[in-house]
Design a protein around this ligand. Sequence first.
Ligand code: MRU
Length: 356
Amino acid sequence: MKIKNKNYSTLWVEDSKIKIIDQTKLPFKLIIKELNTLGDFCRAITQMEVRGAPLIGVTAAFGLALALRKDASSKNIDKSINALLETRPTAVNLRWALSYIFKRIKNKRIQDRAKLSLELAKKIRQEDIINCFKIGLNGYKIIEKIYKKKRKPINILTHCNAGWLATIDWGTALSPIFLANRNGLPVHIWVDETRPRNQGALLTAWELKNEKIPYTIIVDNAGGYLMQKKEVDLCIVGSDRTTSRGDVCNKIGTYLKALSAFDNNIPFYAAVPQSTIDFKIDDSRKIPIEVRSSKELSHLTFLKKKKISTGEIYFRNSNKFNPAFDVTPARYITKLITEKGLIEPKKSEIMKNLQK
Ligand code: MRU
């Protein structure tokens, strides 16, 4: 996608170096970083310089490939995979990408493993772009159908950031919105602020602004009110892990939006690439939910005199709890928007249409 008329993706290879956009500085500053060591990759994921389930997976794939340049022994493969798996627990794309590479290199000669793993990482990156675009095309049809009935701007509510910054390009939940706008369908987006890190207000709003898509930032609790007022035509969210039964784990607060949507008869879609489906998990209680630093609650990052600053907003010593994700049961999800089409959030449909 474009930033000031120049095309960017979130991670790319330039002169054999791996580069990323540091998302902790957006939208205030555009900082490009080079990742050179396994430690750099692990840090970039842990510190959320790169974030969003698909992007975490692609970053891990390149991290593994780079670690094997120095030492492609089985011992170092295991060590590197374990270090990368430790970075963030919930997004299953991380495990998916690492096991995709592991399966294909484990029986190869040591001297061939680094080159092959880099080729595979590039393939995963490329497929992420294609799959997100296909999700966009499939989701576009939903928006178009609603527009044909309504003939007025379509109000779409989204939570967190499932745009191009959460993937390599296009995004998942925002991809249909980008395509709708580029194809002349009038859309307006309700952007949940998404406390505590504010990925909605900081990243989603910035992506929409860059694409000249009308949007309004709202506090996370405003969605229910807007739905009761018939100000929301549909909701589209992303996912960090979706069970084989179609329960969708996504940013904390997604569940409450889905409940409101259900109560108000508003369609609620989750945009989910196949790499986000955890075919091994039936029971959503088994999904590891990341609990993040309580400092995310008590401190805010903002721009002060053109400098990025952080300030404390709570009493010191209050008890705090900061789970980063929740699970929306499949019964509240209208359909999964996947690269393979719209799929019922049901085990039989997921198994039939999406393969491991
Ligand atoms: O904690 P984050 O910023 O990595 O959380 C991101 C989300 O919850 C996204 O909605 C999810 O990863 C889907 S990304 C296409």
